[in-house]
Design a protein around this ligand. Structure first.
Ligand SMILES: [Zn+2]
Length: 88
């Protein structure tokens, strides 16, 4: 998962202690905007405010996405009727 946060983030320091994998994939950004542009999300531990904002925006996007195809029960019924000879 791509997460950006502060250099002294307790969560990041824990990950560094756990093993070399995290440190190897650690990247540094000049500012928040470039981190977001690179597809990173704010850290929920040290960037709480930014994280909540990111989460709210993501949920809004998900809702909009769900509304487009919609009505899965209707689709399922229609599909079942289209299959000949299938009775449940
Ligand atoms: Zn953090």
């Amino acid at each position: 998962m791509k997460i950006y946060g502060r250099l002294d983030c307790p969560s990041a320091l824990r990950a560094i202690k756990r093993g070399p994998t995290y440190a190897r994939y650690r990247v540094f950004f000049a500012d928040e905007a470039s981190a977001i542009a690179a597809g990173f999300r704010p850290c929920g531990v040290c960037m709480r405010a930014a994280y909540e904002k990111w989460k709210a925006a993501k949920q809004k996007n998900n809702l909009r996405h769900d509304q487009t195809p919609n009505n899965p029960p209707t689709n399922r019924t229609k599909k079942a009727k289209e299959i000949p000879g299938q009775k449940s």
